[in-house]
Every structure is written in structure tokens, then in C-alpha cells.
Design a protein around this ligand. Structure first.
Ligand SMILES: *Cc1c(COP(=O)(O)O)cnc(C)c1O
Length: 382
């Protein structure tokens, strides 16, 4: 009855996606090789311009990966050792890692238990006289409520660095009706082109966006060994570059990014409809004022059987993932650097114990979705 699709179900299906764009991708890669423009060059410049246009950002600075993007963004702000940077405890490690690496103090906070995102109220509660910046993470594909966050940031003179690694393409609508892409609202936006991200390349890649000319110049300099002119190094920088081959792949996929988001939204709508009346699960809440580009489709499993459900799905050939099993403030790496609010992260603690992300990608068809949703329902039927 509920027959297993012939194709194995995957969390992410990059092969199926590639098959549909193979000719264009291969031609793009071939051209980079023919030009031997492996670092920088026309493919990288072209993609940079196209991404600026897509995002509506004054400046995009490509770099080697999303973690570098965050690190370079923070380096550009001229912070001093010990300065506090507010970061959610429910996120991927990179967000907090770069803060600690730069000898800044990651002040970890709880998140909103419905949207999984940082809020203006949570930020305001964590602000101290040493707070200099905040890194809102647009988790799983939808924007934090940025208008109030920008207000709080302005009030306390905080830099805002958006971690847009999971939400590229999402639209945020301001109370006055203005619509902006995530990653262009704060002072700096950072994104990742890791293969499984919504805009993924075929290796590592990342980018930084900003509308501030001065910050853009500084970011460009830091990413390129601190030099503004070749062999004249004004500041200590890093080496973080995007390959021509990756840019060629990204350019092909950028053209389809909105179409890819629609495929993800369609799969999410199928999941929503199937699970909406299951008392044991909560379907992903929508962040008011934001579209959702569904980097992940994440359920809350309320009846204490999250891990059993994951095992059951695995037995039926359905992968699932726990993003994230351990809050950052409980990670050994941050033992000596975590900030305030340590005993007060009920939402983060709760989420780590109940979240389960289902397969989510651009190639999910109805047969797969039916198989997945019926398996989940079968599990809860007994
Ligand atoms: C993927 C990711 C990063 C890091 O990106 P890399 O390209 O893997 O370095 C940072 N923050 C978040 C929220 C991510 O999901």
C-alpha cells in the first residue's frame, strides 16, 4: 500500500538536482578550466555581481566558507578582546566559534521556542555595557524579526551581523511594508555555500554582504591578507577566497534559487498537511514577517519518543537528523567562555530534546513525501 519509492530517500539529493542542470554546470566549470581562472577571475566577479543584484545588496564579498564569512565580518568591526557578542545557544557551532576564536566573549542566549530564533526581547535582556554586537541566526530558513532587533541594536549601539547561512533567499517585510532579503538588513550579512545549503556549491564557499562602503572595503581587505594594494599590508588579515569553479556552479544555481525555494515550500506544505492534526507533533511555526525557504523542515516530537521515531524511520529507509542535539552553552569548547543566562535556557534545552528534521530538498516528489508522512503516521498509530 505504502510502497517504498525506488530511489533511496535522502536528507538532501544533490545528485538528482545536478542531473537537471548538468549541461549548464559542466559548461561553466569547463570554461573556468579553459581560462585557468581558478581563483578570482570572471566567474567569481560575475557571480558576485549577480548575487548583489539578487540580494539587493551594495556589496558582496565572496570568501572561502560561511565560517570565514562570520569571522571576517567580526574582524571588520574593530572589536576589542573581551567585548561581548550576543549569539543564540540554539545554532550551529560556527556562529559562536568565531567569536571565541577572536578573543571576544560569546554571550549565549535562549531562543523563541516557536520560531527557534533570537528576538529583540531576548537580546535586550542580555545587553551589558560591554556588549558590542549581536549575531542573529535565521535558523532553518526564516528570518528573525529584524525590525525590533535593529531598533534594540540602535538603542544600545550594537553591530548586527546576520548569520544567513540557512536562509539565503528569504524575504523579510518591515512594518512599513518594505521587503528586504535576509543578509542585507543588519550591518553585515554572512552566508555559506556548503553543498547542502539552499544555495550550495560543489565544495566550500561563502559570502559576506553589506550596504556600507567603508565596511565593504575593510572586509575585502581582511579577506585578502589585509592588503589594499598588492604586497602592502595595512592590517593583519586572512586568506579567504572563492574558487572560480565554485562560482561557476553557484551562478547556475542562483538563477534557480527562487524555484528551488518553491520546491522546498511545496514539500513543507505537504508535510504540514499530513502532520497538522497529529497530536504528538508540532509542525514548524512561521516567523511573522518572513517567508520560509525551508533549509530544514523541523518537527517537535512532544510525546518523548523522538529518538524512537528516528530509529523507526531509519528502519524504513528514511533518514532524519537532530539539529541540534546539544545547546552551544553545554559544549565543552565553550566551558570557559560562555556568558550570562546559563540557568535560563528552557526553550533551547527543550528544543534540543524534541526536534527532528525530515528529508528536505529540491527533488522530493509526491511518492517520497507520501511514503515519509505515512511512515510517521504509522509510528504514532501505536
Ligand atoms: C553552515 C553554517 C555555518 C557555516 O558555514 P560553513 O560554510 O560550513 O563554514 C554557519 N552558521 C550556520 C547557521 C550554518 O548553518
Amino acid at each position: 500500500m505504502n510502497t517504498k519509492p525506488e530511489k533511496p530517500i535522502q536528507m538532501v539529493d544533490l545528485k538528482g538536482q545536478y542531473a537537471k542542470i548538468k549541461e549548464e554546470v559542466d559548461a561553466g566549470i569547463r570554461q573556468v578550466i579553459d581560462n585557468t581562472a581558478f581563483i578570482g577571475g570572471p566567474a567569481v566577479n560575475g557571480f558576485q555581481k549577480n548575487l548583489e543584484t539578487y540580494l539587493g545588496a551594495q556589496h558582496v564579498i565572496p570568501c572561502a566558507n560561511g565560517t570565514d564569512a562570520l569571522q571576517i565580518a567580526l574582524m571588520a568591526l574593530g572589536l576589542q578582546p573581551g567585548d561581548e557578542v550576543i549569539v543564540p545557544a540554539f545554532t550551529y557551532v560556527a556562529t559562536a566559534e568565531v567569536i571565541a576564536l577572536l578573543q571576544l566573549k560569546p554571550v549565549m542566549t535562549d531562543v523563541d521556542r516557536h520560531t527557534f530564533n533570537l528576538t529583540a526581547d531576548i537580546i535586550e535582556q542580555a545587553v551589558t555595557p560591554r556588549t558590542k554586537a549581536v549575531v542573529p541566526v535565521h535558523l532553518f530558513g526564516q528570518s528573525c524579526d529584524m525590525a525590533p532587533i535593529m531598533e534594540v541594536a540602535h538603542k544600545h549601539k550594537l553591530w548586527v551581523v546576520e548569520d544567513n547561512a540557512q536562509a539565503i533567499g528569504a524575504d523579510y517585510t518591515f512594518p512599513d511594508g518594505r521587503v528586504q532579503k535576509t543578509g542585507t538588513i543588519g550591518h553585515i550579512g554572512c552566508t555559506s555555500f556548503y553543498p547542502s545549503k539552499n544555495l550550495g556549491c560543489y565544495g566550500d564557499g561563502g559570502a559576506i554582504s553589506t550596504n556600507d562602503d567603508e565596511l565593504a572595503a575593510k572586509i575585502r581587505m581582511i579577506a585578502n591578507h589585509g592588503q589594499s594594494r598588492r604586497y602592502y599590508h595595512d592590517i593583519v588579515g586572512v586568506n579567504s577566497r572563492l574558487d572560480g569553479i565554485q562560482a561557476a556552479v553557484l551562478d547556475v544555481k542562483l538563477k534557480r534559487l527562487d524555484q528551488y525555494a518553491q520546491a522546498r515550500q511545496k514539500a513543507a506544505a505537504y508535510y504540514d498537511a499530513a502532520f497538522g492534526d497529529l497530536p504528538q507533533v508540532v509542525i514548524p511555526a512561521r516567523q511573522p514577517n518572513s517567508t520560509h525557504v525551508f533549509h530544514q523542515y523541523t518537527l517537535l516530537i512532544k510525546d518523548g519518543r523522538r529518538d524512537a521515531l528516528q530509529d523507526f524511520l531509519q528502519e524504513n529507509g528514511i533518514p532524519s537528523m537532530i539539529y541540534y542535539p546539544v545547546p552551544l552553552y553545554k559544549q565543552q569548547a565553550f566551558e570557559n567562555s560562555v556568558g550570562v543566562n546559563l540557568e535560563k535556557m528552557p526553550a533551547t534545552d527543550y528544543l534540543c530534546s524534541v526536534v527532528l528534521s525530515l528529508p528536505m530538498h529540491t527533488e522530493l516528489d509526491e511518492k517520497m513525501l507520501r511514503y515519509i508522512t505515512q511512515a510517521v503516521k504509522r509510528f504514532f498509530a501505536h
